[in-house]
Design a binder for this molecule. Structure first.
Ligand code: BGC
Length: 268
């Protein structure tokens, strides 16, 4: 891996105390970025990640914030200002699942998932755009005024029984991202998304922990393996770097082919 792809960049990664967010935060720091490692409740995990990053010579700060509130998002950008002197990259990643069959899905769990996974991404992205504008373009730093990457999911496109709240939020991210990209590209703000498939993290432990579940899951992945957070982090580095300067409004699927309707290998 090239180590310097994000040198001189300052990034916020929301939901970075575990899973895909943790993987992206670690990889960004290793690629040279200064990183705000956002957590909501697991301070210990966030501080451990920051400690590891610093021991490897990287720059990171753990910042508590609930991204589903405007104040929470604002706090992240204030921390980036204070610690790093500004912000170049937002990875709007924080997400949760509260799964239930459709008629069992409580209003509370519907709202909770929409609040974090969609409204939270909207609020932090809105704050990012305001901050980018306030800072102004610095061509010595980057041809872009700023970059926003949403963590979406294959479920922005694949319906998912038992997960109506989650799939709705991810479908919403798709058009939020595309609308923002269309609206903001002329200001040199690049907005894109990464749509992971089954990545081995705590959120989908039930799908990979025991052998039977894992074999069922693998039937959905043509490439024949479950993804890891590094697979997603590599894509996130590229999308945040100027190597992808002409990539605007795209969803990059990192899913081992899950989007390819693998059931049709045998049917249809
Ligand atoms: C979900 C995981 C799931 C994956 C593939 C992700 O967005 O969070 O639980 O394994 O999609 O279905």
């Amino acid at each position: 891996m090239q180590q310097s792809r994000l040198e001189n960049s300052r990034a916020i990664v929301t939901g970075a105390s575990s899973g895909i967010g943790e993987g992206i935060a670690r990889a960004y720091a290793a690629a040279g970025a200064s990183v705000i490692v956002n957590f909501r409740s697991d301070e210990e995990a966030a501080e451990r990640i920051v400690k590891d990053i610093r021991e490897d010579g990287g720059v990171a700060e753990a910042v508590q914030a609930d991204v589903s509130t405007p104040d929470g998002c604002a706090r992240l950008f204030e921390a980036a200002d204070e610690k790093f002197g500004g912000i170049d990259i937002l990875v709007s990643n924080a997400g949760i699942q509260r799964d239930a069959a459709f008629t069992d899905l409580s209003l509370e769990d519907w709202r909770k998932v929409l609040d974090v996974n969609l409204t939270g991404q909207f609020l932090c992205a809105q704050e990012a755009v305001r901050r980018f504008r306030g800072q102004g373009l610095d061509p010595d730093r980057s041809p872009a005024l700023g970059k926003i990457i949403f963590t979406s999911s294959v479920h922005q496109a694949i319906p998912w029984a038992g997960h109506a709240n989650y799939a709705t939020a991810k479908g919403g991210i798709k058009l939020l991202m595309e609308t923002m990209a269309q609206e903001l590209a002329s200001e040199k703000i690049r907005v894109n998304a990464i749509a992971p498939g089954a990545i081995k993290t705590a959120i989908n432990r039930d799908a990979w922990e025991d052998e039977q579940a894992r074999n069922e899951l693998l039937k959905l992945i043509p490439y024949g393996r479950i993804g890891n957070t590094e697979d997603v982090a590599e894509a996130a580095i590229w999308l945040a770097s100027d190597a992808s300067d002409y990539v605007v409004g795209t969803t990059l699927f990192v899913d081992g082919g899950m989007m390819l309707y693998p059931a049709f290998r045998e049917g249809g």
